[in-house]
Every structure is written in C-alpha cells, then in structure tokens.
Design a protein around this ligand. Structure first.
Ligand SMILES: NC(=O)c1ccc[n+]([C@@H]2O[C@H](COP(=O)([O-])OP(=O)(O)OC[C@H]3O[C@@H](n4cnc5c(N)ncnc54)[C@H](O)[C@@H]3O)[C@@H](O)[C@H]2O)c1
Length: 251
C-alpha cells in the first residue's frame, strides 16, 4: 500500500508554491518522497528549507508564469537543476473582483492569461517530455467556479471553466500514452486569495453556513488528494476533477 502512494525518487514542479495551497501541496508531495521545484514570482528560500527538512531535494525558481514566451526556457532551467519532471502541479492562480458590467478588459486578460493560457502552455511544455518517457502526472487547479458562475468574478470563472475542460481534452489524447491529466477543485479555502471574502462578515457567514463540513478548508486538506493524483494509486484516473470542498458541490 505504501508503494502505491509513494513518490520516492520522483521530481515534482509546483507553480505558485510560495504560500497558500501550493506551499501545502508541495510539502505533501515532499512528505511522500518527491523532490520539489517551486515556481513563484520571487524566490522563496524559506519554503525550500521546509521542504529539505523532509529529506528531499528542493529548489526555488523565480518566474512569472504569465510570461508564456519563456516557458520553454523555464523547463530547461528546471531540468538542469532537478532533472526530468514526473509531476506537474499547475497551482498558481490569480483573482480579480469587479461587478461584471464594469469588469476592466485588462483585468479580464490578466486573469485569463495566468489562470488559463499559462496553464495550458505549461501542460504542453512539461507534458512533452512526459509523453516521450511514457509516464507522467499533471494536476491542474480548477475551482468550484469551474462548475458555478460566482459573484463579481466572471474572468476567474471563465478561466477555471477552461482549465477543467482542456484537462479533459489533454487526457483524451494523453491517457493512452501513460500521462494522467486531472484537476483538483478546492472549495472555499482560508488563504490570502480569499482575504476579501473572509473579511466580509456577511458573505463569510453565508459561505460557512452552506459548507456541509461546517468550516473553511485549509492547505492541509489538499495534501491527500494531490499525493493520490501524483502517485501510481491514480494510474487509471484521467481527465477527472476531484472536488476538495467540504461537500459544497453536493448541496
Ligand atoms: N483559496 C481558495 O479558496 C481556492 C478555491 C478554488 C481554487 N483555488 C485555486 O488554487 C490555487 C491556489 O490558490 P491559493 O488560495 O493558494 O492562492 P494564493 O493567492 O494564496 O497563492 C497563489 C500563489 O500563486 C502565485 N502566483 C500568482 N500569480 C503568479 C504568476 N504569474 N507567476 C508565478 N506565481 C504566481 C502566488 O505568488 C502565490 O504563491 C489557485 O489556482 C486558485 O485559483 C483556490
């Protein structure tokens, strides 16, 4: 059973791993034995230290994933520093909130570029060597808003809908070649991304009251699912989105 979930000797990349869900998922992968490269806009040596304390190799690469033109170079740098990548967790994401009627076009494009365009490109760039090797695991971060429209977040909903859909498209082409592409859809998680929501007492109470589990989620709640999707335990799961949402979508 331990072998089924082991990531010993595997190399993983986690985008946006400097904080929030990405950091906790990186720690989860490392606890299962994976070496980890964190990609974030600025270097995060303190996270590297935490990862190394788990007995794995860890590196931090400062890179803005919105810079799609340089994704191929990013892959080269990471391959040189860590080796062939077995696991990609496309976690980095951004949020912008405005009433839809006045949602600025540049905010729309910013959100779509980081959350959807960059994620698709990273799937391609890291996916190609996985396809050549005949094995790999790609885990994209979807959202409840891959299923629902949300309030004042149309670009985020559009981007996360796109991620869930193209994850299926990639799985259809890559499943027979040994590469698993799946999503995790977190529910309402207590991270900096949700600062504004958590500070809004009315909305925060409304959200909590609707979560069957009766609490907001945490980064630790993501660890079991990301280890599962990164390990051999999920080898026959393709193109699927697992909600880690305290039961929200079932309600
Ligand atoms: N928190 C939630 O409730 C929730 C719910 C559903 C989905 N998600 C998704 O989970 C993922 C992580 O969310 P979080 O709550 O931890 O967010 P967060 O804002 O706390 O962290 C996001 C991370 O992504 C990084 N990042 C953002 N833009 C980047 C860029 N252009 N280049 C490199 N790094 C970049 C940030 O620096 C940060 O490390 C996101 O994709 C988010 O959309 C979160």
């Amino acid at each position: 059973m331990q072998t089924l979930f082991s990531l010993q000797g595997k190399n993983a990349v986690v985008t946006g791993g400097s904080r929030g869900l990405g950091k906790e998922m990186a720690l989860g992968l490392a606890s299962a034995g994976a070496n980890v490269a964190i990609i974030s806009r600025t270097e995060c040596p303190e996270v590297v230290t935490e990862l190394e304390a788990l007995g794995v190799k860890a590196i931090s690469v400062a890179f803005d994933i919105g810079d799609i033109a340089n994704h191929a170079q990013l892959v080269t740098i990471i391959n040189e520093k860590l080796g062939h990548i077995d696991i990609l967790v496309n976690n980095a994401g951004v949020q912008k909130r405005h009433p839809s009627v006045e949602f600025p076009q540049d905010d729309w494009e910013f959100v779509m570029n980081v959350n959807a365009n960059a994620v698709f490109s990273l799937c391609q760039k890291f996916g190609k060597p996985m396809l050549e090797k005949g094995k790999g695991k790609i885990i994209n971060l979807a959202s409840l808003l891959s299923f629902q429209g949300g309030l004042t977040v149309p670009a985020y909903a559009a981007s996360k809908g796109a991620v869930m859909q193209f994850t299926k498209s990639l799985a259809n082409e890559w499943a027979s070649k040994g590469v698993n592409v799946n999503c995790i859809a977190p529910g309402y998680m207590a991270t900096e991304m949700n600062d504004a929501l958590m500070k809004d007492e009315v909305r925060s109470r409304q959200i909590m009251d609707r979560i069957p589990a009766g609490r907001w989620g945490s980064g630790q709640d993501m660890q079991g699912t990301v280890i599962f999707l990164a390990s051999d335990a999920s080898n026959y799961i393709h193109g699927f989105t697992i909600a880690v949402d305290g039961g929200w979508l079932g309600r």
